[in-house]
Design a protein around this ligand. Structure first.
Ligand SMILES: *Cc1c(COP(=O)(O)O)cnc(C)c1O
Length: 471
């Protein structure tokens, strides 16, 4: 080791000195002794490593006295105290953006979470009988009424629902599925892998583009546990294709005494055709085929909290409820409270798109989105931020979350250009704003899609762009 490095190592601050210095600055009001001590050790250790490994020309900048090390520790403690899971503005136009938390919750759901979370609740207590109750029972009747189901069960998310249903109906047995439906949803959710984790045996039938009823008929036998149909949520096969509708599959299941299960993915409770969108079978329509069990997400087209909803025949749901795996996948009280509040909006189905933000974004007439774009444009121009130029035009948004994959949803965007900054640098800077604004990049401008930006978020957009102007 050379002289220079040896001298730098000798000059490293002592842990005790750094702690003493921080103590004077009231560090223990921010974090415990253990945390401060460990952070100090880590900071000094990193400095030591840097001195040992840095190239010669970087050495001069590595001297760090007690003050510098204390600042470093202080900054790390401050960072630890900042909440990392934060709100942001979704200006991407992707309505059910899985990375951005999918469906925003309605005001009632937020109130119910606060009320139920603040104190105790009857989560698993039957107030009439004064004995233990079931957590699912609270929303059971409501769900059954809305879907036309005999019984219902709710778990952590739809991936958990798929796992639980397959494990209950087809453990060590075959689950028959069309090759055209062996999908990957993203985020590691692949139907064949979930099947293997559920201990059911994948029995593929048909081909990628065409599967016939006779393919299923030939596959059904003593080893069959379930016939599975999966909504091809995020893609579509077009051209020379054929798949088998649920109705003949249900008839086949009945003839051969095999349960039929439809994983709907999004699970819509209202008629989207009425809003000019493609027809998405509603859960009620699907259950009307007399299918045994259906699963769907709480935070996709339903517009509520993350949850996996299982509805269907009483006999099948009873079996699923008894599966010990159910306990591991169970829903928590906040989700239940939020789900109940969300579902209440569907009692009058026409009201749901007015009150549930994801549904509103999906169904809002283009004219209204454009009006909002014009108002944002006016507000931005009035703000007079330096270096920025604006434009407004029509574009296409997307449902996201593996819902309505081929649907182009018309939208209006405000495009922003910066005189001295590339669009990708603007995008990155907006991500680091105090309230981040997530935008689309299009060549030399960024796009703010008004389909996912609400009027009460305009100030945040202006603030975000204001931080750009300063940069
Ligand atoms: C989205 C989806 C899932 C997974 O649901 P999560 O709510 O993400 O757990 C499962 N199956 C289908 C068909 C889906 O579209």
């Amino acid at each position: 080791m050379d002289e220079k490095r040896r001298a730098l190592l000798k000059g490293l601050p002592k842990i005790d000195e750094v702690i003493g210095n921080l103590e004077k600055k009231g560090i223990y009001e921010k974090a415990s002794r253990e945390i401060v001590l460990e952070t100090c050790r880590d900071v000094v250790q990193k400095l030591r490593n840097a001195i040992l490994t840095a190239p010669d020309k970087q050495l001069p900048v590595l001297s760090a006295g007690v003050e510098a090390a204390s600042r470093s520790v202080g900054a790390r403690i401050d960072d630890l105290r900042r909440c990392k899971l934060r709100r942001l503005v979704n200006a991407t136009g992707v309505i059910l953006h899985t990375n951005l938390g999918r469906a925003p919750l309605c005001a009632e759901a937020m109130e119910r979470i606060a009320e139920v979370g603040r104190g105790y609740s009857n989560l698993e207590f039957d107030l009439v009988r004064g004995e233990r109750g079931l957590r699912y029972d609270h929303v059971n009747r409501l769900l059954c009424a809305l879907c036309g189901a005999e019984d219902a069960l709710i778990v952590n998310n739809n991936a958990a629902a798929v796992l639980l249903v397959l494990n209950t109906l087809a453990e060590h047995k075959e689950a028959i599925i069309s090759r055209g439906e062996l999908i990957e949803i993203g985020g590691e959710f692949r139907i064949p892998e979930v099947m293997s984790k559920s201990n059911s045996i994948l029995r593929e039938v048909g081909t990628t583009n065409r599967t016939h009823l006779s393919d299923y008929e030939k596959a059904v036998g003593p080893a069959t546990g379930v016939i599975l149909k999966v909504h091809t949520s995020n893609y579509k096969i077009i051209g020379f294709t054929e798949d088998v509708d649920l109705l003949p599959l249900v008839a086949l299941g009945k003839r051969r005494g095999v349960p039929v299960y439809d994983d709907l993915g999004s699970g819509c409770l209202i008629d989207l055709d009425a809003y000019g969108l493609a027809h998405e079978p509603t859960v009620r329509e699907v259950l009307a085929t007399d299918v045994d069990v259906v699963t769907f997400s709480g935070d996709k087209l339903l517009g509520g909290p993350q949850a996996g909803i299982i509805v269907g025949k009483k006999e099948v749901i009873t079996r699923i409820k008894k599966n010990p795996l159910n306990r591991a996948l169970r829903i928590d009280k906040f989700t239940l409270a939020a789900l109940e509040a969300t579902l209440l909006h569907y009692l009058i189905p026409e009201n749901a798109p007015r009150t549930l933000r994801a549904l509103k974004a999906l169904t809002e007439p283009l004219a209204d989105v454009k009006k909002r774009a014009r108002r944002l444009l006016a507000k931005l121009k009035k703000a007079g931020l330096p270096n920025l130029a604006y434009d407004m035009y029509e574009d296409v948004a997307a449902a996201g979350g593996g819902s309505l994959p081929t649907e182009d949803i018309p939208t209006a965007v405000v495009a922003v250009r910066h005189a001295k900054m590339t669009a990708s640098r603007m995008e990155a800077a907006l991500r680091r704003a105090p309230v981040p604004v997530i935008v689309r990049v299009d060549e030399n401008e960024i796009l703010i899609d008004l389909r996912t930006v609400a009027e009460d978020e305009f100030d945040l957009v202006v603030d975000g762009l204001g931080s750009l102007a300063e940069a």
